[in-house]
Design a binder for this molecule. Sequence first.
Ligand SMILES: Cc1ncc(COP(=O)(O)O)c(C=O)c1O
Length: 393
Amino acid sequence: MQINSNYANLQESYLFLTIAKKVAAYTQAHPNHNIIRMGIGDVTQPLVPAVIEAMHKATDEMAHKETFHGYSPDQGYDFLREAIQDYYAKRGVSLKLSEIFIGDGAKSDIGNIVDIFSDDNCVLIPDPVYPVYVDTNVMAGRKVSYLNANEQNGFLGMPDESVKADIIYLCSPNNPTGAVYNKEQLKAWVDYALKNDAVILFDAAYESFIVGDELPHSIFEIEGAKRCAIEFCSFSKTAGFTGVRCGYTVIADELTCGDTKLNTLWARRQATKFNGVNYITQRAAAAVFSEEGQKQVKSVIEYYRANAKLMVDAFREMGVWFTGGENSPYIWHKVPDGMTSWEFFDYLLNEAEVVGTPGSGFGKNGEGFFRLTAFGTYEKTKEAMERLKKLLK
Ligand SMILES: Cc1ncc(COP(=O)(O)O)c(C=O)c1O
């Protein structure tokens, strides 16, 4: 037997483990103190009533022979794919049902999509970044180069004709930086991909945090994107499904390599290695798109957005450089001069009893930056911002 030796090239991920250890040690030393956690990107608000109702109803259906459901269709039930199709149509994007794939969340699909590409491709990944993009390519032994996102470009890296890339990862609104590409910027990426025969893997997991129609929610709002992009989306942050697990991936028929449709390859890959998302969850996901469901999930997003606004206002008042917050649940801010991200982590924990995530954990360009999330309660976010203002103003 031989193991996949590429696993030895993975960087150990100490980030959240180290944070947990440091917070545990602090809590043990200060048992009755009120620590405010703004580090983890998980949601905290419960599923909305329309979703719960759909889950109950679907569960009852599973209890009767006449309405019981076994294996789901490979690409997901039509009722959910039609709801997604309508959702895109509202933004002027027309999709065929066969271009929509239901999966168990964006992480799995983003991780598994690499199966359909040769290991010889050059991969371009932004730094800082959601670590899954890097690790899944390192596991396959692919050559990765990095796209610098930094203060100068507002953490939105742009194409460079001198860099060869076959597979490009973009995430907008971005985790960890909260930065969002506008239509012109995405158009530049689409043009680059079309010119260079590259594919863009577009992670839209946070699209529902975008306000208004000015900024693109989907890369398919950009002319030509169907010929060069795959889009990944998720119910996790849109509707609190982090523990339920459901997402979707869109591959248009126009996306080809030679005569081969990537849609056909992904359909084959999924039919071979994946057995679908359960009926109850797909009913729950479809309920997100009902009139009531949309109202309810939007009001939860508004709740998180109100937290983000408290954070944006506080950082403006403090005069600290930051990105995100306005169309994203993340604030990515600069740490005080002379401190590393980890030094700031310790400083914030010890002096303000607030926990965040050191930017250096997301890549070398994250050094000197820090991520705070808006997924907590309004009261705690408010209190945390008061503490930060006392410390940093
Ligand atoms: C950028 C980004 N993409 C994808 C995911 C994973 O989403 P899911 O819960 O659908 O797997 C996350 C989760 O935090 C994320 O931050």
